[in-house]
Write a protein that binds this ligand. Structure first.
Ligand SMILES: CC(=O)SCCNC(=O)CCNC(=O)[C@H](O)C(C)(C)COP(=O)(O)OP(=O)(O)OC[C@H]1O[C@@H](n2cnc3c(N)ncnc32)[C@H](O)[C@@H]1OP(=O)(O)O
Ligand SMILES: O=CC(=O)O
Ligand SMILES: [Mg+2]
Length: 530
């Protein structure tokens, strides 16, 4: 297959993949890479430098140089009709059956995911692009092993696409000998093949942008949008993107992020799981900071609540949608009592978000769409959104950095983190990036919390169990084989292979006991995968 000069693909290219990896589409990838890769690398270096300053005791605050943006009178550009109603947004990995089920779920919108819920194997990435290409043209179908056929309904959800974050490379694609950004690769291929088709069908190229830490990172996406629109002949402002506020540092730049993307913004989303992970990651070496068991860090604890309400306030002040995040609760089969409890938990989550002013929220599973829809209906009635609802609290650093509760930390909590971490890593290495574990949705973001808590409880003087024992490296080393055995038994009982789980346990131990904390668990995992 012919590729533009300087472009190399070191992975299999099937006949279907060749329809995506065309010379013209790869030329766009190469153009964006050559124009913007130096800036991506600078921004990644700036993250490392900032982390070093935080490790040395610097605390984040509002940026003095962007005061005029926070105080200025501006709004984001008007949104297309297709993005006015987003009460229910279902999310999920880019597999054919799940794409069809999500599109047909009755949700207003569907965020298809190359990120947290996707394991970025070459085949997952490119087959995902093939699936979306077909789905947008209504050519996607699927038949399961029992012969059940899946097709798209007449009425389907509005598509939004989440490319990978700035930290991830696509190692199979080299441009001038250098790895391309995973996010730029996912974005450019999708946009090149589908934007005009989506517009012709009454929607548009809509994206979700993950894990950003500053408005300068948002500016990079904006500049990429501008060049990509020019390259493929789309009017400026056609692309719309919702930014996930899922790092503690981004909370200090909510309005700046909206401002950078104001021609392309579709609002902000409260990505709670990566947010908790980011709080742990950023302040993990601060002796005063140590969060309790994962289950105790709910949306109702003060630092999470102040973040969520600040996000609604910033969005509505700027005419932008505020979209709520995802509860990890999912329907539970074969246990009606536990199922009722899980569904009540979802209802509670959506009721709170709707009353707080969010315009919609995420669900993990089609069975949860009607519940989320009902709760938003109660608050919104006939209105498609509540962009007009203004909040007037003035939360700031002392609220966002008030990291409580610190207790309980229990042996069960340590074991749960180790069990979930190994289970998720093993599944990810096998190519599945979203897994039900102990009746909860687990993806890269939730697994990051688990492995980071183990690291922090070992390192922090506050990492003590409720019975007085200190969490130590020896304790973790002793628990890992016990939890690995439990994980393997569970996976075997589900009829799946366990061959990736020993490696997962090894990587988990290395990551949670290393002196130098790996910035993302997906970085060593990605190097370990083909
Ligand atoms: C922190 C964040 O980033 S959140 C965003 C990322 N996370 C996600 O997107 C979560 C996506 N959700 C999922 O992957 C799944 O719901 C899981 C893994 C949590 C649970 O999956 P399962 O145990 O297979 O669910 P279950 O067996 O109840 O599924 C029933 C049906 O619903 C489908 N389904 C479940 N979740 C989804 C979904 N999110 N999208 C589309 N279809 C779905 C299943 O494919 C299955 O279809 P079938 O009956 O036609 O075979
Ligand atoms: O991407 C969402 C999150 O909660 O993380
Ligand atoms: Mg996330």
């Amino acid at each position: 297959m012919s590729l533009p000069a300087g472009v190399q693909i070191n992975a299999p290219i099937t006949a279907d993949y060749a329809k995506i990896l065309t010379p013209e589409a790869m030329a766009l990838v190469a153009k964006l890479h050559r124009a913007f890769e130096p800036r991506r690398q600078e921004l990644l270096k700036a993250r490392v430098a900032r982390q070093a300053r935080i490790d040395a005791g610097e605390m984040p605050d509002f940026l003095p140089e962007t005061k005029s943006i926070r105080e200025g009178d501006w709004k984001i550009a008007p949104l297309p009709k297709a993005l006015e109603r987003r009460r229910t947004e279902i999310t999920g990995p880019v597999e054919a059956k799940m794409i069809i089920n999500a599109y047909n779920s009755g949700a207003d919108s569907y965020m298809t995911d190359f990120e947290d819920s996707n394991s970025p194997k070459w085949d997952n990435q490119i087959q995902g692009q093939v699936n979306l290409y077909k789905a947008i043209r209504r050519e996607l179908s699927f038949k399961n092993e029992a012969g059940k056929e899946y097709k798209l309904n007449d009425k389907i959800a509005t598509l939004q696409v989440r490319p990978r974050g700035w930290h991830l490379d696509e190692k199979h694609v080299l441009i001038d000998g250098q790895r391309v950004s995973g996010g730029v690769f996912d974005f450019a291929l999708f946009l090149f093949h589908n934007a005009k088709e989506q517009i012709a069908r009454g929607a548009g190229p809509f994206f979700y942008l993950p894990k950003m830490e500053s408005h300068l990172e948002a500016r990079l996406w904006n500049d990429i949008f501008v060049m990509a629109q020019n390259e493929i002949g789309l009017p400026q402002g056609t692309i719309k993107a919702t930014v996930l506020i899922e790092t503690i540092l981004a909370t200090f730049e909510l309005e700046e992020i909206l401002y950078e993307l104001r021609q392309h913004s579709a609002g902000l989303n409260a990505g709670r799981w990566d947010y908790i992970f980011s709080c742990i990651k950023k302040f993990k070496r601060n002796k005063d900071f140590c969060l309790a068991n994962r289950g105790a860090i709910t949306m109702e604890v003060p630092f999470m609540r102040s973040y969520a309400l600040s996000l609604v306030k910033a969005c509505h002040k700027r005419g932008a949608p505020a979209i709520g995040g995802m509860s990890a609760l999912i329907p539970i089969k074969n246990d009606p009592v536990a199922n009722e409890k899980a569904l009540a938990g979802i209802r509670h989550d959506k009721t709170r978000d709707a009353n707080d002013g969010f315009d919609g929220g995420w669900v993990a599973h089609p069975g949860l769409v009607p519940i989320a829809a009902e709760e938003f209906q109660k608050v919104l009635g006939e209105r498609p959104n509540q962009w007009e609802k203004q909040r007037d609290e003035n939360f700031g650093p002392k609220d966002w950095l008030n990291f409580q509760p610190e207790q309980p930390i229990t042996e069960a909590g340590v074991r749960n983190n180790i069990n979930v971490g190994i289970h998720y890593l093993g599944s990810w290495l096998a190519g599945n990036g979203c897994v039900p574990i102990h009746n909860l949705m687990e993806d890269a973001a939730t697994a990051e919390i688990s492995r980071s808590q183990v690291w922090q409880w070992v390192v922090s003087p506050k990492g003590k169990l409720d019975d007085g024992r200190k969490v130590t490296a020896d304790m973790v080393r002793a628990i890992i084989p016990e939890e690995l055995a439990k994980v393997k038994a569970t996976v075997t009982a589900q009829g799946e292979k366990t061959e990736t789980y020993d490696q997962a346990a090894k990587i988990f131990e290395e990551m949670s006991l290393a002196d130098s904390y790996p910035e993302f668990l997906t970085l060593p995992l990605y190097e370990a995968m083909e």
